[in-house]
Design a protein around this ligand. Structure first.
Ligand SMILES: [Zn+2]
Length: 51
């Protein structure tokens, strides 16, 4: 099913060891390619790459 495939794809993306955190309010953002904080709208989003 297409939806199952998409769910798998999302899971694979989340396997990527990249974490986004808003520098303004400190919220962790569970998404990829984030440029704007969904909580406060700040564009000060830090990106951390975990080993
Ligand atoms: Zn924020």
């Amino acid at each position: 099913m297409l939806s199952t495939y998409f769910d798998h794809l999302v899971a694979a993306v989340r396997e990527d060891n990249t974490i986004y955190e808003c520098r303004h309010c400190g919220v962790s953002i569970d998404d990829d390619d984030v440029t704007t904080c969904p909580a406060c709208g700040s564009t000060e989003v830090a990106q951390y790459e975990l080993e």
